[in-house]
Design a protein around this ligand. Structure first.
Ligand code: CA
Length: 245
């Protein structure tokens, strides 16, 4: 057994779900730990220092949001919220408190593994001192060249405005994870402009039109209704090895 597997803490009271997630992670070469209450989750977080937390919001002792709040006081460990709740406000509240992503039950195995990969990639980009990464991003037929600030679909250049490019590049740096409207607006226009979701939607409509995203065709940027946008994951071979820090 290799010792450098990613360690994932699952906090979930429903035994059938926690054992399903545990088995899925274990068979995909992650190390999985399970807690069935919020209190137990916090204890195990402190003693095991996991690389990622998968957290159910509806726990028997306390609301799972309590764990997000407590962990975020000290740690940047990625947290994926797992919830049966479909209310956008719950998702946004969890994201605002510092959760990195959410997944709504019921979910498929491919979907969960994609979210896990995307959340673990987060650390790589955070280490890049906030600057745009160099090199390229590839997903399906899309290619982004960060050095030239150009986007290609099937090797045809897509002519984007500077703002449109900035939005696409930002989403690609967080590919696979949902970015809230507020987070995108803050990243592109700064803190003073947080209210202008409308401006974002206009730009996004133009981006999607230029990229040829129509229903039934390849969608590079997914609209998470009422919450934000999510870019499709980068190609799988780009999954980084775990590095000691
Ligand atoms: Ca539950």
């Amino acid at each position: 057994m290799s010792n450098n597997k990613f360690k994932v803490l699952i906090v979930e009271d429903e035994a059938n779900i926690s054992s399903f997630v545990e088995m899925l992670l274990t068979t995909n070469d992650y190390q999985a730990l399970v807690a069935h209450t919020c209190t137990m989750g916090l204890t195990m977080f402190a003693s095991h220092n996991p690389d990622l937390v998968i957290l159910d919001l509806g726990l028997p002792d306390r609301d799972g949001l309590e764990l997000v709040r407590t962990v975020r006081q000290k740690y940047m460990t990625p947290i994926i919220v797992l919830s049966a709740r479909t209310d956008e406000r719950d998702k946004i509240e969890a994201l605002d408190l510092g959760a990195n992503d959410y997944i709504t039950k019921p979910f498929g195995t491919g979907e969960l593994l994609a979210r896990v990969r995307a959340a673990l990639r987060l650390n790589r980009y955070q280490n890049a001192a906030g600057g745009a990464p160099g090199g390229e991003f590839r997903a399906q037929g899309m290619r982004i060249n960060y050095d030239r600030r150009k986007v290609y679909i099937d090797e045809q250049e897509i002519r984007l405005t500077q703002t449109e490019y900035n939005i696409v590049a930002f989403l690609s740096q967080h590919a696979g994870r949902v970015m809230t409207y507020a987070a995108i607006v803050r990243a592109i226009w700064g803190d003073t402009d947080v209210g202008s979701t409308k401006k974002l939607q206009v730009n996004m409509a133009n981006i999607r039109k230029k990229m040829g995203s129509r229903p039934g065709s390849n969608a590079y940027i997914l609209n998470e209704l009422g919450v934000g946008y999510r870019m499709v994951e980068e190609e799988a071979e780009k999954q980084p090895p775990k590095t000691a820090e």
